[in-house]
Design a protein around this ligand. Structure first.
Ligand code: HEC
Ligand code: HEC
Ligand code: HEC
Length: 143
């Protein structure tokens, strides 16, 4: 009956390895989850680039549109909600105003298990503040 011990140990090892991705998710991911918190810096302006009703479901489409217009046509500016020109920029416009990326963008994305890969290249406010921080903030995931 000496095999029984080995089987039990084998099973324990199997379960540990099998659950590793879930354990990793629980421990390693930025855990900020929940309702997005608005903390807009006073100098950044008050209004989002489009209405909340539009932004909530469609902000990723707007970002894609901006990216295509900038990268393909060098068309970098658009009229903002108050008539002033704003830059079509993820870091310079969205994150200038939503500078609390962790409590705004990340909270909502973590809750929904969406991990945009944009930050592999685009800088976040913390990175701008501390230039030595070059590692991506979130685990790289294809989606
Ligand atoms: C000048 C400031 C400003 C800029 C620039 C800005 N936003 Fe907003 N954003 C806001 C404000 C203020 C609200 C909340 C409006 C409200 O409470 O109804 C908001 C709302 C949102 C929402 C909806 C949040 C919710 O509660 O569902 C999303 C998503 C969003 N913004 C993403 C973006 C993205 C992406 C960009 C860049 C393309 C951007 N914002 C640019 C100020 C800004
Ligand atoms: C492999 C690197 C890389 C990744 C990943 C990436 N981008 Fe970009 N993005 C660029 C480069 C390079 C430009 C051109 C910058 C310029 O000309 O100002 C750009 C430009 C943009 C622009 C317009 C200019 C600006 O300042 O923002 C937007 C909007 C944008 N990308 C959105 C996104 C979004 C949204 C994602 C994630 C879904 C993303 N990008 C992922 C490299 C990347
Ligand atoms: C109210 C919740 C909420 C907030 C706040 C929010 N997002 Fe999103 N985001 C989503 C949802 C939902 C998706 C779409 C998931 C899908 O379609 O798979 C998404 C998707 C995205 C995508 C596309 C990801 C991909 O891989 O296609 C980008 C880019 C993005 N968000 C950027 C931002 C940025 C930048 C902010 C902060 C300025 C932000 N989001 C704030 C809910 C939110």
């Amino acid at each position: 009956m000496s095999d029984r011990g080995k089987i039990v140990i084998g099973l324990i090892i199997f379960v540990l390895i099998f659950t590793l991705p879930m354990t990793y998710n629980m421990v390693a991911k930025n855990k900020a989850v929940g309702a997005p918190e608005l903390e807009i810096p006073p100098e950044a302006g008050k209004e989002c680039v489009r209405s909340t009703e539009y932004m909530r479901p469609f902000h990723m489409d707007l970002l894609n549109e901006w990216r295509d217009e900038v990268v393909r046509h060098n068309d970098r500016y658009i009229e903002g909600p108050d008539g002033a020109m704003i830059e079509k920029s993820l870091s310079n416009t969205c994150l200038d105003c939503h500078s609390n990326k962790e409590n705004f963008c990340d909270r909502c994305h973590n809750y929904l298990a969406v991990y945009p890969y944009c930050w592999d290249c685009h800088t976040t406010p913390e990175e701008t503040a501390q230039p030595e921080l070059v590692v991506a903030q979130q685990p790289k995931e294809e989606n």
